[in-house]
Design a protein around this ligand. Structure first.
Ligand code: 48F
Length: 261
């Protein structure tokens, strides 16, 4: 058989276009494929929820690839280890209550499990704005990341979602846009983004599940974005909270979708 370049081209363009069309209307759209967003997408897809993840970078995994300061090992506590166990990721006890895992094994395994469960990940796409109807976020405005990087004047496209998850980590990009462009009040003490506090691993890990919740109609926050939104500290390269937050946001949205039906 002779290989034809235009067949390869048509295959890619048709398949990708169909995938984007299929996922232009989803139950849940996630901004960011870091550890919390990926874990959320896995648990949502496993429960047959239609979920799309939009990731600005070419690679998934966010801040997990680099462990701490590019030493590519992560640390989790006992509850976090239980999630890694569920993905069959190897862990080793370091000291009582502290476990380590290979950062690359963690990202690739969770990413693979999410996709096999049915989550669709769209890399190289940035969520630059939200669609808002009557005070509720009903979708995302997306564009190719290279358009943003090259500062090209190219209009975006949009997708609809029953719920959006803000999982963009430290920068809280979607929430900042919502705050800037709308009069929607967030469920924070100030009604606005409170902002992340300096490193305090224990307190940050203790607060993250409380902060993982619906922050305004249609938007849930998880991962570092949850702590940054509600004014809690950062935790550095301990990842249990990220994994647990991803699982919790999925469970909360699964429950909310059942009520909505
Ligand atoms: O930062 P990130 O890993 O978020 P996370 O899941 O995990 C945080 C930890 O990695 C670490 C930490 C924990 O101990 O504090 O930082 O909360 O992943 C966020 C992903 O979102 C992407 C970004 O490229 C990264 O991969 N992202 C950010 N803004 C956008 C976005 C956007 N507007 N559109 C699409 N993707």
């Amino acid at each position: 058989m002779e290989l034809n370049e235009t067949t390869i081209t048509r295959a890619i363009v048709e398949r990708f276009s169909q995938k984007l069309i299929d996922y232009s209307n989803v139950d849940v759209a996630i901004v960011g494929a870091g550890p919390s967003g990926l874990v959320a997408s896995y648990f949502l897809a496993k429960a047959d929820v239609k979920v799309a993840v939009f990731e600005r970078k070419l690679s998934i995994g966010g801040g997990m690839w680099g462990g701490g300061m590019m030493f590519n090992e992560i640390v989790v506590q006992k509850q976090g280890k239980e999630i890694l166990d569920a993905f069959e990721i190897h862990t080793r006890e370091y000291e009582l209550g502290y476990y380590t895992a290979d950062a690359i094994e963690s990202v690739t395994t969770i990413g693979s499990a999410a996709i096999k469960a049915g989550a669709k990940i769209f890399n190289c796409i940035t969520a630059e704005d939200a669609i808002i109807r009557e005070g509720r976020v009903t979708g995302l405005v997306i564009n190719w990341s290279p358009v943003e990087m090259a500062n090209l004047h190219v209009d975006p496209l949009s997708i609809n979602a029953k719920y959006v998850i803000e999982a963009s980590g430290h920068p809280l990009e979607l929430l900042h846009v919502i705050e800037r462009k709308t009069d929607i009040r967030f469920n924070t003490p100030t009604g606005k983004i409170v902002g992340e506090k300096s490193m305090w691993a224990e307190q940050a890990e203790n607060l993250i599940l409380k902060n993982t919740r619906e922050i305004c109609p249609g938007v849930y926050v998880c991962g570092m974005a949850a702590n940054a939104a509600f004014g809690a500290p950062r935790m550095g390269p301990i990842f249990g909270g990220m994994l647990l937050s991803g699982k919790k946001v999925a469970q909360d949205i699964i429950a909310a979708l059942k009520i909505k039906k």
